[in-house]
Each structure stands twice: as structure tokens, then as C-alpha cells.
Design a protein around this ligand. Structure first.
Ligand code: F6R
Length: 605
């Protein structure tokens, strides 16, 4: 899941490449690099680490050239260092790549037998050398087509040629790639976000497509080498949302804007006058739905897990959930009466997109819950439910997790009502509760000071646990995931009732254990599970919406969020666990917006 950019212009491009790479850093930040064409020479600059470093290198030794490509890397083949940084260039060609070439070892061996030498450990360099070989007898377009035929795996490519100084070739299989248009300038980019400061006119390459762009023209070819036309989309203007304002980092901004993003989302879906949810464009008749599959990865998967409890509570529909990387390899019996829902913030996650493709090949109805409405997953699904959270820049999902849960809840309510699984009174009560949610979120954010104090308890810990039951179990999983990814502290999320079946062995004197226990049918049972932890020395950090004063000398900290309605408790209980991970990471001096080894958009399998 690297990020790539290409610009063909009538003026120097290196500064705009750097600016776009900064936007693409959410896709990877192990290294950065660019190559421009300068008087028919390929001028390559690279660094390990962040784009900031590359910018410094360019400041000391500027690169001119009106055409160029750039890259930010999330390492797959080869360690993150300078040698493995992209672009990978030969005398005649320079390549940036996002994806994985699965048969690179095989190709490498063949090329080495021919006497060719490799500089890096990357899979990408085979592309550079295959094109270089083919260019001896062919023009650039044919050379790229010849090369692509030999590759297995996924890629989005940007390629420039020393002897063809006006063109950039882009190609896509699996990994996303967009083209942007402007006056006397055209662009290639991993996504529209990278191009947005330069243009709002975008087209997307489909799988197998290739494009040739120069400063005043873009041509597209499909997998059969036939010229094709592409739809041009005009992007919405939400650029201002990508500014962190007075916040220290994007994550804190994104946590604190949740009452607004949730309100915006509710306003999009709830018709206050008709007191109804305005989702009408079902791709499958609600009463005909036999079963719902909810599929996602990471945090998005946790929102599916929360929604499973909601669907079971409010509808008569059977629900199955799965992690996309598992779903895509299962031997499933596809049923046209099932609805397959894909949840993804970015809409570009490779496993989720592949799982969706499998459903499409099996002619079943698909729906996507996404934040990026121009994304591959949104474009490929029959029916899209946007979460309207605005751009999320922090690598850890926060406001989009709330958005995903919210949209799934709204969909669940609408389906329950349309199928007559709930009556109008219950429907109206739930809509009323929904409308109270933004203010309750605002209230919940006031726990920050208490959470800050609680965060200190994790500083010397060897690990930690998050426990919950029912609707709070997915929130325990999410709490553990957030803590791990932001503070690099080991954390396990567990159903509280499951502890005695093994994990209790992990509890020892002083281990921080976060117990998430809203006032629901599990409350007393969770307290009993908590006692089992206390008896073994666990240090309890208790999060609830119960108004009852809990007197227990063994609870080190207690956090209370407002109580709205049992069904909505996961949304409010998420706030303290987000803040907790944030403050532990801050105390430990971690890079909040760009945790190590991660990237925002996971476009590799
Ligand atoms: C964790 C996180 C990831 C993503 C996962 C799926 O904070 O952000 O676990 O949820 O990579 O990404 P999307 O939602 O873009 O499909």
C-alpha cells in the first residue's frame, strides 16, 4: 500500500510531487522518492523515512524537469531503506509501484541468468528491468504491455522513459490508480485525495487498464490493448476539512469532531420532518433478504461485529460476519437472496475489494458502507451508503469507526421497519435516540481528563486486557486494537465470560484490565467476571454508562459516559477507549498520526 504520483506539465513538477506525496503518506512512510526527466536524463532523488527528508534533499539540490513520478513506500519486499526506496530506475526507464509482484523471484532468476544485475531487494525492480529489456526492440507502450503480461500479483504503476520525455505510462491491476486533468497538466495518483489540490476532475482506471499521459492529453487502453474512454468525475470540495487546525495532531482533531461528523451523518439519513430514514434505493427487497453478510478488516470488521448484535436484536434476518481476508478464500454457497455488505473507510482495502469482487462474480447483491465515495469498493458495489465523516488522516480509524457503526445501525433500523420486524413506536423511539446521539458524544468527550490520568497506569505495564460482553465485546476488541497500534503495548480484547477458558492465566499483579460494562443485561455478569480478574491481581479500569455509584476498592479508575439507550452504548463507550489509546501513545512519545509499520490504506493482500 504505497502511494504513487505522476505529473506531466509545462512547468517544473518536483514541488507539486512533494506536496502530493505528503498527502499520500497515509499510505506508507518507510521511504520516499521521486524521478524527474531533465534534459533527457532521469534525475532520481530518494530517502529512507518521511517525505520531509526528501523535501530537504530537494531543497539542497533541486530537481528540475516538467515531468516526473513520485512514491511513498510501505515496505513489502525488502527492508525499509534507501536502496529499496522507489523509484527504481535503469539507464532508460524509471518506475514507481504500489502492490506486490508475486512471481518476482522467478523473473529475477531468469533475468540474472541473462546477466542482469539487481540493485535492490524489491519486487519492483523486475518491472524496471523487464521494460528496459523490451525497450531495446519496442516503443514504450508495447514494452509495458509485454512486461505486464509476465507479472503475477497486483500493481499500480507510474513509468517514465528517458527517451520519451513527454509521457508517463500508468497501469493498474488490483491496486487503485486515478488520473486527474487540468490546463496544460495531467496527473496520475493512487487516489483522488493526492490530486485534489491540483484538480477536481478525475477518472479511475479499471483493472487491467493502462494510460499514457502527457501535459495536454490522456489516452486509456483496456486489457485487450483497445483504446477506451473513461468517465470524468467532479470531486466534492471538502479540502478545508483536511487541516488539523489548533489540534496537536489529526487523531485528536478526528476524535473531537465526532459529535459533528455523527450529526452530519444523521442529517443525511434521517428525515426530521417525516420522522423517517431516507434509504430507499435497496438493491434487494428488504422482505426478501434471507441473510446478511457483513465483511471488513480491522476496525471496520469491529463495526460489523457490533452491527451483528443490532441486526439480531431488531430484525429477523440471519447475520454472518467475516474478516475480508478470510471471506475471500472460503468455499461459500452464494445465495441471490442474501445481501453482502462491505465496510471500509478508504474503500480501497485490497482484501475487502477482493471479497466484493468474488460476490460480484457470483451475481449476488452487494452494498458498501464507505467514507470515500469515489473509491474502488464504492464504485464496484451495487449500492453505496456513505458515512459522511469527511477525510480521516490519522492512520488509526476513529471518527470513521463511529460513522460505520452509525450507518449500519441506521440501515438496520430501516430494514427492521420495512420488514415489519419492529413496529412504528419502536422505530420512532430509536430515531429519537439517534438524534440525541451528537450531544451525548459531546458529553462523553468530557471524560478526557479522567482518561488522561488513567493512561499513566499503562506506562510500566507489560501488557493489558480489554473485556466486554454483548455489544461491548467488539468495543473491547477495538480498545485493544487502538492501544496496540498507537502505543505498541500488547493488548488483548476478550469477551469477559471467556476469560476463565484460558486468558485468565495472563492476569498477574498490576496488569491493567479495562472492563467495559454498560447498564445492560450483562452488567452483573461482567461484574462477576471482573471479580475473577481482581482475585488474580488485575488492576481494573472501569468504563460504564451506569448511573449507580460503584464502590469497589479494587477499581483503580472509573469512567462514566452518558447513558442514552442500550443499543447505542457501543458508540458512546468507544470515546473513552479512543482517548485512552491516544493518551497512552502521547505519554510514550509515539507518532500518533503515523504509527510504526502501518498505513492508512491497505492496498496489498
Ligand atoms: C485501525 C484501522 C484499520 C482499518 C483497516 C481497514 O485503526 O484503521 O484496522 O480499519 O485497515 O481499513 P478500511 O476501513 O479502509 O477498509
Amino acid at each position: 500500500m504505497c502511494g504513487i504520483i505522476g505529473i506531466a506539465s509545462n512547468k517544473p513538477v518536483s514541488i507539486n510531487i512533494i506536496n502530493s506525496l505528503k498527502k499520500l503518506e497515509y499510505r506508507g512512510y518507510d521511504s520516499a522518492g521521486l524521478a524527474t526527466l531533465n534534459k533527457s536524463e532521469i534525475n532520481e532523488k530518494k530517502c529512507s523515512g518521511r517525505v520531509e527528508e526528501l523535501e530537504k534533499i530537494l531543497f539542497k539540490s533541486p530537481s528540475d524537469g516538467n515531468l516526473g513520478i513520485g512514491h511513498v513506500r510501505w515496505a513489502t519486499h525488502g527492508i525499509p531503506n534507501l536502496v529499496n526506496a522507489h523509484p527504481h530506475s535503469s539507464e532508460v526507464v524509471s518506475v514507481v509501484h504500489n502492490g506486490i509482484i508475486e512471481n518476482s523471484d522467478e523473473i529475477k532468476k531468469k533475468l540474472e541468468l541473462k546477466g542482469l544485475k539487481f540493485k535492490s531487494q524489491t519486487d519492483t525492480e523486475v518491472i524496471t528491468l523487464l521494460i528496459t529489456e523490451s525497450l531495446k526492440d519496442n516503443e514504450p507502450l508495447e514494452s509495458v504491455f509485454n512486461t505486464l503480461k509476465q507479472l503475477k500479483g497486483s500493481f499500480a504503476l507510474g513509468i517514465i522513459f528517458k527517451n520519451h520525455k513527454d509521457i508517463i505510462i500508468g497501469a493498474r491491476r488490483g491496486s487503485p490508480l486515478a488520473v486527474g486533468y487540468s490546463n496544460e497538466e495531467n496527473y496520475l495518483g493512487s487516489d483522488s485525495y493526492a490530486l485534489k489540490s491540483m484538480t477536481n476532475k478525475i477518472s479511475y482506471l479499471d483493472d487491467g487498464d493502462l494510460c499514457i499521459l502527457s501535459k495536454d492529453k490522456v489516452e486509456f487502453y483496456n486489457v485487450n490493448k483497445k483504446k477506451t474512454n473513461k468517465k470524468v468525475y467532479t470531486l466534492s470540495d471538502d479540502e478545508n476539512v483536511s487541516d488539523k487546525g489548533d489540534y496537536k495532531n489529526f487523531m485528536s482533531k478526528e476524535i473531537f469532531e465526532q459529535s459533528t461528523t455523527v450529526k452530519n451523518c444523521i442529517n443525511e439519513y434521517v428525515d426530521s420532518l417525516k420522522k423517517d430514514i431516507n434509504i430507499y434505493n435497496f438493491s434487494i427487497k428488504p422482505e426478501k433478504i434471507n441473510k446478511i453478510f457483513l465483511i471488513g478488516c480491522g476496525t471496520a470488521y469491529h463495526s460489523c461485529l457490533v452491527a451483528k448484535y443490532w441486526f439480531e436484536e431488531l430484525t429477523t434476518i440471519d447475520v454472518e460476519i467475516d474478516i475480508a481476508s478470510e471471506f475471500r478464500y472460503r468455499k461459500l454457497k452464494f445465495n441471490p437472496d442474501n445481501l453482502y455488505i462491505f465496510v471500509s473507510q478508504s474503500g480501497e482495502t485490497a482484501d475487502t475489494a477482493a471479497a466484493l469482487d468474488i460476490c460480484k462474480k457470483n451475481n449476488v447483491k452487494t452494498c458498501s458502507v464507505v467514507n470515500v465515495v469515489e473509491s474502488t469498493i464504492a464504485r464496484n458495489s451495487d449500492w453505496v451508503l456513505p458515512i459522511h465523516a469527511g477525510p480521516e488522516i490519522g492512520v488509526a480509524s476513529t471518527k470513521t469507526f463511529l460513522g460505520q457503526m452509525l450507518v449500519l445501525y441506521i440501515l438496520c433500523l430501516k430494514l427492521a421497519k420495512s420488514r415489519k420486524d419492529i413496529n412504528d413506536t419502536i422505530y420512532q423511539t430509536n430515531i429519537k435516540n439517534l438524534k440525541a446521539l451528537p450531544d451525548a458524544i459531546k458529553e462523553s468527550l468530557k471524560v478526557e481528563n479522567s482518561v488522561q490520568a488513567m493512561a499513566k497506569e499503562f506506562l510500566d505495564a507489560k501488557g493489558s486486557m480489554f473485556l466486554g460482553r454483548g455489544l461491548s465485546f467488539p468495543i473491547a476488541l477495538e480498545g485493544a486494537l487502538k492501544l496496540k497500534e498507537l502505543s505498541y503495548l500488547h493488548a488483548e480484547g476478550y469477551p469477559a465470560g471467556e476469560m476463565k477458558h484460558g486468558p485468565l492465566a495472563l492476569i498477574e499483579e498490576g496488569l491493567p484490565v479495562v472492563v467495559i460494562a454498560p447498564k445492560d443485561k450483562y452488567f452483573e455478569k461482567t461484574l462477576s467476571n471482573m471479580q475473577e480478574v481482581i482475585a488474580r491481581g488485575g488492576k481494573i479500569l472501569f468504563i460504564t454508562d451506569h448511573k449507580k455509584e460503584l464502590v469497589n476498592e479494587n477499581i483503580r479508575f472509573g469512567i462514566r459516559v452518558p447513558s442514552l439507550d442500550n443499543l447505542l452504548s457501543p458508540i458512546l463507550l468507544t470515546i473513552p477507549i479512543q482517548l485512552l489509546a491516544y493518551h497512552v501513545a502521547l505519554l510514550k512519545g509515539c507518532d500518533i498520526d503515523k504509527p510504526r509499520n502501518l498505513a492508512k490504506s491497505v492496498t496489498v493482500e
